[in-house]
Design a protein around this ligand. Structure first.
Ligand code: F0G
Length: 351
């Protein structure tokens, strides 16, 4: 039977006493080969998408949250708190519910996808919209967690990063080696840091013999690492990565430098175009922010080439169902009802 990540990868993760493990059998997400899209992009390489939307709460955050909440429970925590653009709050709320631990989430008022908000509410977390953006919310929760003995479950919590290393393990297990390139979105920069740590851990253990180039992409209006300065008022339609002062800034830059990769930015238009292309070509639905990975690959191919036969992985961090509004907003659809066969055939373009 499928177990959660803490049991599956116990050799590579900090130890957790079995009786404290809080898991929803996260991980083991599909690595989907995308030959049609590779061909459309004239990419003579093996292209794969790591579909993290298949996790229990629909995003990669569950990998880190199983570890962070288990460790919080092990330490006898009196409650957990996080700031979030949505996915962290959904995941924290779910794992906290399963653990029977109180959970508070601070979200940027009005700037979170409806699916994510509904998850946090449904799982019974205390949901507090903040007048301000993610960065403001993060400052609040850092202070409150320090002063009130409440466990912070943002990626500043090292157990979050530990859990998220498992994404790299799974990709290597599936490919039989590390990919040559990994493209991914960058927000608070924890995930790129975690993947890099994971690949290095597998290499040290002798399971892989090479490391991928880490290619991270921020949204143009929220690209502090690219600009090399904090962005006070980050703006992008990719609300999950609408972050102006990432917590794991330094380790993300280290991952880029050590791997010979890049951290670049993509425009909202490029993100939406990739979002639609992915679904229409491959039948995969990822939320807009996730598609910064594919948008990044497309941008990269405009300026450089990728070696024939290379293995290229794009991480799709969150499920498209998290954000139904964007699908409806950015696609053309006529939803006027039909009432007879003639109208149906007309709308099908057959008459
Ligand atoms: N993609 C999605 C769908 C996300 O939700 C996030 C981050 C990222 C990418 C970026 O990952 O922060 O590790 O660089 N979401 C956080 C949240 C900030 O609160 O849910 P990162």
């Amino acid at each position: 039977m499928k177990t959660g990540l803490i049991e599956k990868y116990s050799k590579f993760l900090p130890a957790v006493d079995k009786k404290f493990i809080i898991s929803l059998n996260e991980g083991d997400t599909p690595l989907i080969r995308a030959d049609k899209l590779a061909e459309a992009l004239k990419l003579d390489a093996e292209l794969y998408f790591k579909f993290e939307g298949a996790n229990p709460t629909g995003s990669f955050k569950d990998r880190g949250m199983t570890m962070a909440i288990s460790k919080a429970v092990e330490s006898g925590t009196r409650g957990v708190i996080c700031a979030s653009t949505g996915n962290t709050s959904a995941s924290a709320a779910a794992y906290a519910a399963r653990a029977g631990v109180a959970c508070t989430v601070l979200i940027p008022d009005g700037k979170i996808a409806l699916g994510k908000l509904s998850q946090a509410i449904q799982f019974g977390a205390k949901v507090l919209p903040v007048n301000g953006n993610f960065d403001t919310a993060l400052e609040f929760v850092k202070k409150i967690s320090e002063e009130n003995n409440i466990t912070l479950v943002n990626s500043l919590n090292p157990f979050r990063i530990e859990g998220q290393t498992t994404g790299a393990f799974e990709i290597c297990d599936d490919l039989g080696r590390a990919p040559d390139y990994q493209f991914m979105p960058v927000g608070n920069a924890g995930n790129i840091s975690a993947y890099w740590l994971g690949y290095n851990r597998y290499k040290k253990a002798g399971i892989i013999d090479r490391l991928p180039k880490m290619m991270g992409y921020q949204a143009e209006g929220a690209a502090p690492i690219v600009l090399n300065r904090p962005v006070e008022k980050p703006e992008t339609i990719a609300t999950a990565i609408r972050i102006g002062n990432p917590a794991s800034w330094k380790s993300a830059v280290a991952a880029k430098n050590e791997s010979g990769g890049a951290i670049d930015m993509v425009s909202d238009a490029e993100i939406i175009s990739a979002y639609k292309l992915l679904s229409k070509t491959e039948g995969i639905f990822a939320e807009p922010s996730s598609c910064a990975s594919l948008a990044g690959l497309i941008k990269h191919l405009g300026a450089a080439s990728i070696e024939t036969g290379a293995k290229v992985v794009c991480i799709l961090t969150g499920n498209g169902l998290k954000d139904p509004d964007s699908a409806i907003k950015y696609n053309e659809c006529e939803l006027k009802p039909v009432s007879n066969e003639k109208e149906i055939l007309q709308r099908m373009g057959l008459l």
